[in-house]
Design a protein around this ligand. Structure first.
Ligand code: GAP
Length: 461
């Protein structure tokens, strides 16, 4: 199966099974926007919930939920008004716009560290044309922030931006949180929320979209302690992705940003890359932002954002180590990592090998036949499990077909009520990955499922 096939099959499965739909599909869709269906929203919520627990259920990290719309000066201070741009070129004939660095890279030019002028020179050097073979216009910077207006008058004084990252809501609240929670350095603030970028080209399904969710944490440390915390958070994030999300280590790697490609705020940056069907690409970044952000907000707001250190009796401007992940991009990684097709006794099955903790449905309860009191027992088991786990009930069709349906949406456990259940109260517990079946007392089901969920490892790990 080629990588292109995998993408096509994944997108098709996502639609067919209610994971992800094209946004406003009946109107032809809106580029770069997607809707999460019943199983997709559960999967996304499970990813976010697992992140939230691992990042904020600890003494040194507090959570917040800041507004999407912020004072416009925020984005001047952060450097986004001036510097949050991508290099863009336009097809002179069709007026379609493209990311210049992407076109150059497709033409075999390595754009790492190149500025707009250097890329313009490369355009001429390789005789770059648009994907339709037409002449290209002049290269220019394109700001990725969406603009809108607050209040009834649409003038320059009312301009606000849809936030392109959640981080700034954290920086401007640094002292509020520190003082309210009586935190001491080092400590972090975490947030999950929507971010918006007017990407020139959206592509690869949920990977690069115009509306997406971020899961960010800014860890404030005393200057001089950055390296130690950078290493610490790199290790934490890697462990969470492999153990928390169940991603196969063989599909993950680190990539350090070279000096020329660092974002305007960063002193050092490390991406965790995942091997998507279209190649290795960034999935999460761990950044050393130094004192850039708090320093700039002090300058632009005229307010002090220094931390008072009780011991030294001095005020210090903390430095920041950031962990920044896209919830939607991680969900795409989880979907890609889970997708598998395999031969089973002459039959072909598609199986989504989600980590059971992340899987949208944890178990399906299936009466073998629709008689002899089996549906009633199955419904009773369902009622017992439902307050604790997201479960499904299915009594339609041959048992093999029902197992396949559950494999395809990644349900890790199937519980079958059969004639033995009528005799001794045991049920068949079938595991999605191995397809092995064991008999388990109906009364032990919840504990047994929880035990197996904790033991789960991705088969390729
Ligand atoms: N606060 C730093 C920051 O926003 P970034 O590298 O621009 O850094 C962080 O973005 C993460 O957000 C990325 O690693 C990716 O997971 C996600 N992300 C960024 N742009 C995205 C887009 N257009 N669509 C989906 N996810 C995106």
């Amino acid at each position: 199966m080629s990588d292109g096939d995998v993408m096509e099959k994944l997108v098709s499965l996502c639609k067919r099974k209610g994971f992800v739909f094209q946004s406003s599909e009946i109107y032809g869709g809106l580029n770069g926007c997607w809707d999460y269906g019943p199983l997709g929203v559960e999967l996304l919520r499970n990813v976010k919930e697992a992140w939230w627990r691992s990042m904020t259920y600890r003494e040194d990290v507090e959570g917040i939920d800041a507004a999407i719309l912020m004072h416009p000066r925020t984005w001047e201070a952060s450097g986004h008004v001036e510097g949050f741009t991508d290099p863009m070129v336009e097809d002179r004939k069709t007026n379609e716009r493209f990311r210049l660095d992407h076109l150059l890279e497709e033409a075999g030019v390595d754009c790492t560290g190149l500025g707009l002028e250097e890329m313009t020179a490369k355009m001429a050097e390789v005789g770059l044309k648009s994907p339709k073979g037409n002449e290209l216009g002049e290269a220019r910077h394109f700001n990725l922030m969406f603009k809108t207006h607050v209040g009834p008058v649409e003038d320059s004084a009312s301009v606000v931006y849809l936030r392109p990252e959640t981080a700034q809501g954290i920086f401007v609240n640094f002292l509020n949180v520190q003082q309210a929670m009586r935190q001491k350095l080092p400590f972090g603030i975490a947030q999950i929320g929507k971010a918006f970028r007017n990407e020139i080209n959206t592509k690869n399904f949920l990977f690069r979209t115009r509306e997406f969710e971020q899961m960010e944490m800014q860890y404030f440390v005393a200057p001089g302690e950055e390296e130690r915390w950078l290493d610490y958070w790199k290790e934490q994030r890697w462990t969470w992705i492999t153990e928390g999300l169940g991603i196969a280590e063989s599909r993950l790697r680190w990539r350090e940003h070279g000096g020329g490609e660092l974002a305007h705020y960063a002193r050092a940056a490390f991406d965790i890359q995942f091997e998507f069907p279209f190649g290795w690409d960034e999935m999460e970044g761990i950044h050393h932002r130094g004192q850039y952000d708090l320093g700039r907000h002090e300058e632009y707001s005229g307010k002090q954002l220094k931390y008072f250190d009780d011991q030294s009796r001095q005020k210090v401007l903390p430095a920041v180590i950031e962990t920044s992940a896209g919830a939607s991009r991680q969900t795409m990684m989880v979907l890609t990592n889970a997708y598998a097709e395999e031969e089973v006794r002459g039959d072909r099955r598609t199986v989504m090998r989600f980590h059971p903790r992340i899987a949208p449905l944890k178990a399906a309860i299936l009466p073998l036949v629709k008689r002899d009191g089996m549906p009633e027992i199955a419904r009773r088991l369902e009622a017992e499990l439902r307050p604790h786990l997201r479960v499904a009930y299915d009594e339609g069709g041959a048992i093999g077909r029902r197992y396949r349906r559950m494999d395809e949406v990644g349900t890790p456990f199937c519980i079958t009520v059969d004639s033995d259940t009528l005799q001794d109260g045991t049920v068949t517990l079938r595991e999605r990955d191995s397809m092995e079946q064991d008999r388990v007392p109906g009364s032990d089901l919840l504990a047994e499922i929880r035990r197996r969920m904790d033991l789960w490892r991705h088969p390729e790990s």
